[in-house]
Ligand binder design. Structure first.
Ligand SMILES: [Zn+2]
Ligand SMILES: [Zn+2]
Length: 74
């Protein structure tokens, strides 16, 4: 009797990259700061525009709808 045991090493690639389009540089990023209106901005653009988007470093103002968005609550 031949018992052939085949070990299938299945590697489930769970690569779910949700790319978000940065409205500023039009690039795709895995992480973007986003507003409820749909506006999204990448980390880099946020950093570059921080002077105009935040005054306290805790919240940032959406240039589209002027909504105050928190930096920590995503
Ligand atoms: Zn960007
Ligand atoms: Zn907005």
């Amino acid at each position: 009797m031949t018992d052939q045991k085949t070990t299938i090493s299945r590697r489930d690639k769970r690569r779910r990259k949700r790319a978000t389009l940065c409205h500023c540089c039009k690039g795709e990023f895995s992480f973007c700061w986003s507003c409820r209106c749909g506006f999204a901005i990448c980390q880099e653009c946020m950093y570059e525009n921080q002077w105009g988007m935040t005054c306290n470093g805790i919240t940032w103002e959406c240039p589209d709808c002027s909504e105050q968005n928190s930096y920590c609550n995503q």
